[in-house]
Design a protein around this ligand. Sequence first.
Ligand code: UD1
Ligand code: CA
Length: 449
Amino acid sequence: MKLSAVILAAGKGLRMRSDLPKVAHKVAGKPIILHVIKAVKEAGIEDIAVVVGHGREIVQEICSGEKIRFVLQEEQLGTGHALMQAEAVVAPEDTILVLAGDIPLIQAETLRKLIKNHRQKQATATVLSVNMRNPSGYGRILRDKQGAFLRIIEEKDANDEEKGIKEINSGIYCFSARKVFSALHSTSTRNAQGEYYLTEALELLKNQQESIGIFLSDGEEDIYGINDRVQLVQAENILRQRKNRELMLSGVSLMDPASTFIDSDVLIGHDTIILPFSIIEGNSRIGERCEIGPGTRISDSIIGNEVKIESSRLIQASVADRCNIGPFAYLRPETTLQEGVKVGDFVEIKKSTIGSGSKIPHLSYVGDATIGQGVNVGAGTITCNYDGKNKYQTVLEDRVFIGSNTNLVAPVRIGENSITGAGSTISRDVPPHTLAVERAGQKHLPRRG
Ligand code: UD1
Ligand code: CA
């Protein structure tokens, strides 16, 4: 029996009050739908179809790296109608896992347990249910006297007694594909919302004496659906706590988890410590024995081992072992620091490579530069890389010493072991082993008044 999955994500999510489709909203740095796809893949399912409708170009774009199939639901006529659209892309002999695309807290483990239960009982359909302290808004599970599945009643169709039931439908199911599609063809829209309910298919199958299982899960959190921005931030908090916990258990120290924000795909080596008010985003990777923060934001950057970064901002930068950055440094895209580089306070670097052991300790702008090894860039050095139209390269060869407050007017190359005098504006190439000075001689005039 092959396993495949269908994720329902065609709805608009009106309560988000957004131009974006609901599943495109980010939680813990990643669109909701990608959290769901990740859990499904981790549960061992490769063959995934996503039903799209509202904002489908946006959803398809977000999922473009994921090797999944898209199914279009032109008009959103209900969850049953949504699943029906996938009939053409699912093999009838498959077992299908069906779930909503708006449940970013779902974990692979929960899905695995559901699938296992469905298979063990050889059921035609199994619904994952949860006992909720506050079940309002969810469909309720109705059981017969023996505790077997009877049907699911939506809140809007329920009477007061039914509304009192705490066991709810998570919206996550396993089905025999052939049987659920066949049942879906017989569903109607005779209900409070005038929609084709996926839940009705379970009732129809039950009436055909098919076996319908209920897998009661204890993970209330897992199936938490996002409908508005209040719930979005609640999910965000839970995901962040999970990530922080996972990191701490794997050997990373967080001085204050409450003020530490680490996206779910970030990797951090053991014995690294993250100090308060730090944000680590996207696909960042940080090595071992580093000290990050306080007050540091790192996005999509690769950091080696034993690196210190204090009160700084890094975007798409690459930092080798034993570098020391900040406080108050700004490393922009395509910055590469080789081993043991020091970048100090109020230094901005863009699209540049800094050779191992080099230092840019204070108050500098370095853009479009290639800096060799053992170079010292004095305080207040500026690469003048832009003439208003084009950007030009600056090259500092190995062991160059740039005097304080030097302007390097690109394109310009300073040969190895050369020195520039403080305050010089260097606009011509300097050969190796040379002192280049460009400044007017000092005058002493009598002071008047
Ligand atoms: C559904 C269940 C309810 C369950 C709840 C769990 C039905 C009838 N009800 O209700 O029992 O407790 O989920 O969260 O199934 N979608 C489409 N196309 C549509 C309609 C919905 O793709 O035409 C997608 C939505 O984008 C969403 C998912 O299906 O991701 C669930 O739809 P939603 O309208 O939120 O269903 P609920 O009313 O919450
Ligand atoms: Ca919902």
